[in-house]
Design a protein around this ligand. Sequence first.
Ligand SMILES: NC(=O)c1ccc[n+]([C@@H]2O[C@H](COP(=O)([O-])OP(=O)(O)OC[C@H]3O[C@@H](n4cnc5c(N)ncnc54)[C@H](O)[C@@H]3O)[C@@H](O)[C@H]2O)c1
Length: 276
Amino acid sequence: MTNHHAATHLKTVIVTGGAGGGIGGGISTVLAEAGWNTVIVDIDRDAGRSLSEQLNRRGLSAAFLEADVTHPGCAEQAVAFAASKFAGPCALVNSAGIGLVKDIAEVSDEDYRRVFSVNIDAPYRFSRAVVRAMPPSGGAIVNIGSVHASATCPGYTVYAATKGAIDSFTRALAADCGPRAIRVNCIHPGLVPSPQNRDLIGRFAPSVDAWLAAYTLQKQLLANLPSPRQVGELVRFFLSDAASAITGQSVTIDGGTSAMLYERLMTTSTIGDRNG
Ligand SMILES: NC(=O)c1ccc[n+]([C@@H]2O[C@H](COP(=O)([O-])OP(=O)(O)OC[C@H]3O[C@@H](n4cnc5c(N)ncnc54)[C@H](O)[C@@H]3O)[C@@H](O)[C@H]2O)c1
């Protein structure tokens, strides 16, 4: 059920991958709570229906479009869907993304194409469609990158390349869109305990929770992993008028991981470590 009554005065945002149990769902939930008409575009029918119904039951304005963002025409379909449910979108969050951890020698052309088509082709097409449909008053786009855009580890050649690409795409799109009053920014999350990540960690670690606790202790400056909702809060800020002077920027949310040289305990052991 869609809250058509509220739709007349609220702004509309499209969130790709917005049904995800990790960052995508965190973004959709925070934006709907902040009063956005939130259009969730996701390939996962059960998750999309369940989240949009849950938000509607709370009196929030959300609608779900089941779609594969890699299909040509999907972006235009999403814009038309948003307009039919609410009003044309003035905001977009490109969050749908997939991972791949494989040595380059093992990567197939299909692997490569699949990750690029979700992580880069789709943000390109969705941004283009939303820019074409934006009202003259402008709007805002947020891309979800990754800390792998700037520093990475073995097995990430394809994923890291897509996240580096979205970082530079953000700046270039901001350059095209500035005169149209459309702002474009990028968020680079560190490790967020999404279902996708828990599955991945579970493939090599006997206990996912123990692995995450050790990671936090050694690889972050702060004691808590970033949560999907915290990424959502940053998206909410970038889409708000409070950010009206910010465009072409990338912000990292990683508990301090990327600010650190070596592992935290290498130095804290000599000066005492409150968490250790
Ligand atoms: N979780 C992390 O630690 C982390 C870290 C850095 C960056 N990111 C990025 O954040 C974004 C969200 O990641 P997450 O791990 O939190 O996942 P998530 O829980 O938000 O799930 C991703 C969603 O994308 C949807 N999706 C995947 N392919 C799709 C397609 N072809 N069409 C439509 N929907 C599709 C999935 O159905 C799922 O609902 C991704 O871009 C990811 O690369 C995640």
